[in-house]
Design a protein around this ligand. Structure first.
Ligand code: HSE
Length: 339
């Protein structure tokens, strides 16, 4: 499988590390021999080598602050030029998320699908704003469009719903969908101040490039919109749903809640309301004994209410370099099984 990476930030590098570390296992267990033939990053440069880029060398170059153009096959190609000129089976789209426009990622995905490449992305913008159009384009070209890492990183929520809960009616999904804010709230309960907790979340690779998207709730809003549209079949735009973040919660409120046996959590919810589908994001006080109260740090959790099983809850990492890189790897395995 020949792959191009569009974006080589935290998540793209997380995938590259997994491809290097798991090369033998991928071949042995999944018959998959992925070769990255192109990387294009707006800030880190581009390289293209049809014989395969040495990913260890690419990782070392960016760690040293060197451009990818210094590698063999270094070139000045933009993302769209890479998609047009490289011959590949799959594209991983991991540029920054813009939840308002979905760009430039949506154009990258359109171009790759139109060219007949399967696409995996962790980018929430295009999936929240254009999932139906992109899925239809993929189907018309006989390729796949997968985005497991757009919600709950590599924790397999979308796989669970698509595969393991097939045949169940999903009535509601409710939980913690943003790692950064859950991390900040957890740290603030421990006495750390907001700015220090946010800085730690950024250093750990949890936060968005512009962390407003996390703390104002937009990232969770993108995720509930994705769930509404791809799981419950709605056609919501992010702006259709109410959204509040955590910036108005004070340390005093957190301490008072703790003294009262409660915790603040940023809760994302999608649900059926008659024939309509609704979504919301906002902070809620959760009783200490509630299952979501114990979900700390960057961990996410989602309770899915079904007609067959009642409630099913999945808990796991919702952000992070390796954790999100894994979602791309898993999508690539699925693409390899059914191109
Ligand atoms: N910034 C996001 C979060 C990354 O903190 O959850 C994963 O989507």
């Amino acid at each position: 499988m020949k792959i191009i990476l569009i974006g080589f930030g935290t998540v793209g590098q997380g995938l590259a590390e997994l491809l290097v570390g798991k090369a033998d296992e991928l071949r042995r267990a999944h018959g998959l021999a992925p070769t990255v033939v192109g990387i294009s990053d707006m800030l880190k440069g581009s390289c293209h080598d049809p014989a395969g880029i040495d990913l260890g060398r690419a990782l070392a170059a960016v760690a040293a602050g060197e451009s990818l153009t210094t590698l063999p096959g270094g070139c000045g190609w933009s993302a769209l030029e890479m998609i047009e000129r490289a011959s590949a089976d799959a594209m991983c789209e991991v540029t920054y998320t813009d939840i308002k426009t979905g760009q430039p990622a949506t154009d990258h995905i359109r171009a790759a699908l139109a060219k007949g490449m399967s696409v995996t992305t962790t980018n929430k913008g295009p999936v929240a704003l254009a999932s139906r159009e992109l899925a239809e384009l993929a189907a018309s070209r006989g390729v796949r469009f997968l985005f497991e890492g757009a919600v709950m990183a590599g924790t397999p929520l979308l796989n669970l719903v698509r595969e393991s809960l097939a045949g169940s009616e999903i009535r509601e999904m409710k939980g913690i969908l943003n790692g950064t804010t859950n991390f900040i709230l957890t740290r603030m309960e421990g006495g750390m101040d907001y700015a220090a907790a946010l800085a730690e979340a950024q250093a750990l690779g949890y936060a968005e490039a512009v962390p407003d998207a996390d703390v104002l709730g937009w990232d969770a809003l993108a995720k509930v919109t994705i769930l509404a549209n791809t799981v419950l079949g709605a056609a919501l735009r992010p702006s259709d749903s109410p959204c509040r973040g955590i910036t108005e919660i004070t340390p005093e409120q957190i301490a008072a809640a703790a003294a009262d046996g409660k915790r603040y959590k940023l809760i994302g919810r999608v649900w059926r309301d008659g024939r309509a589908v609704r979504a919301s994001v906002g902070p809620q006080l959760v009783e200490a004994g509630h299952p979501l109260a114990g979900v700390g740090g960057a961990t996410n959790a989602m309770t899915i209410t079904t007609d067959t099983l009642g409630e099913v809850t999945i808990v796991g990492p919702g952000a992070g370099r390796r954790e999100t890189g894994f979602a791309l790897l898993n999508d690539l395995i699925h693409i390899g099984r059914r191109p």
